[in-house]
Ligand binder design. Structure first.
Ligand SMILES: [Zn+2]
Length: 342
């Protein structure tokens, strides 16, 4: 039996949106944005080997009225395209003359990972989602993480971080509501509208945890991957718009689900190399022992099987068929609780 917990609706812990006119400019990385206007800027780490300014671009929508300042970011992993495009697709829905608060949109945080078309930066091989808080004297990505903490976190009240399953696999729609930070993170996760609330792994080093440790709500949204799909972009956009309505940045009623599921998930590296044949889809509910995937040789002989460790949900399934020993084969979710919204 899965336990049931109730969750009383509560606001995200950020300054409330009001109808009081914003009188102050918003400043970030040398860019100054007047109330009711939009401006672009760039956080610059330094000059790279090509003489270009290394860092990341942002666009600020500074509302006419007072409200929370929310960072919406993609491209922490360079090969996760749907999230990057979702941030850009939000632009058309933001009218600063009507907005309460400020949206700081960062479509691609790790440009060097995007250029490498990879999860990790092509400059130093770092995974930008494992190195926070970084270091001012470390490698390129470590310095960028340190700069993010000094520039972005003080400029914002909350953060939404959009990911996908990466180039190698596809993930079910979910929100990572970091274990130990539920009070800060859960209202954002609920507002995102994905049924699965993943408590997150024991790993640290994420910009999400850096925000949470600063006492500011933050959530990671996952959906898609394996390739680029407009459907996934639209889904992420829907989550962003609902979060912005829930926090009062945009007018209109946010829609919440009646219930969610708190899930813990485990990764399973493949014990065998070969051709990966999926027998399940992300989001599938399966019973313990169900066959989820096989790794076969070129003649179809089965070299390895991936089975469900218990009843649960297929969270991520591999989409790249060429599989080496130790490659990720599945992420499997165990439902800890049904979360009923009151
Ligand atoms: Zn990612």
């Amino acid at each position: 039996m899965t336990e049931t917990e109730t969750w009383k609706q509560q606001p995200v812990k950020v300054p409330a949106a009001t109808d009081e006119p914003q009188t102050e400019n918003f400043g970030l990385g040398g860019t100054v944005v007047a109330p009711g206007s939009v401006a672009d800027g760039r956080i610059v780490l330094g000059t790279d080997v090509h003489g270009l300014e290394a860092g990341f671009d942002f666009r600020v929508f500074h509302g006419r009225f007072k409200g929370p300042r929310i960072v919406v970011q993609g491209g922490v992993h360079g090969d996760e395209y749907d999230g990057q495009q979702a941030v850009r697709s939000l632009f058309a829905h933001l009218d600063p003359e009507q907005m309460h608060g400020t949206v700081i949109a960062i479509p691609c945080l790790s440009e060097t990972a995007f250029v490498a078309d990879a999860r990790e930066s092509g400059v130093d091989g770092c995974n930008f989602n494992r190195i926070f808080p970084g270091s001012p004297t470390g490698t390129f990505s470590n310095r960028l993480a340190d700069l993010y903490i000094r520039e972005i976190i003080p400029a914002a009240d909350a953060m939404v971080d959009i990911h996908t399953g990466g180039a190698y696999g596809q993930i079910a729609p979910l929100a990572v509501v970091q274990g130990g930070f539920e009070e800060l993170a859960q209202p954002l996760g609920i507002a995102a509208g994905n049924e699965i609330l993943w408590k997150g792994g024991a790993w640290g080093g994420t910009s999400r945890i850096a925000f949470l440790e600063a006492g500011k709500p933050a959530v990671t949204l996952e959906y898609g991957g394996g390739t680029y799909r407009r459907e996934m972009v639209q889904h992420h956009l829907g989550s962003l718009l609902n979060i912005l309505r829930y926090t009062g940045v945009l007018e209109g009623e946010a829609e919440l689900r009646g219930s969610y599921r708190r899930v813990d998930a485990t990764f399973a590296p493949s014990a065998a190399g070969g051709f990966y044949v999926a027998h399940a889809e992300p989001g599938d509910e399966v019973t313990g022992g169900a066959l989820l995937a096989e790794v076969v040789d070129h003649l179809g002989n089965v070299r390895g099987e991936v089975t469900a460790p218990n009843d649960g949900i297929v969270v991520w399934i591999r989409r790249r068929c060429a599989t080496n020993i130790g490659d990720e084969s599945i992420i499997f979710g165990t439902v800890l609780a049904e979360v009923v919204v009151e």
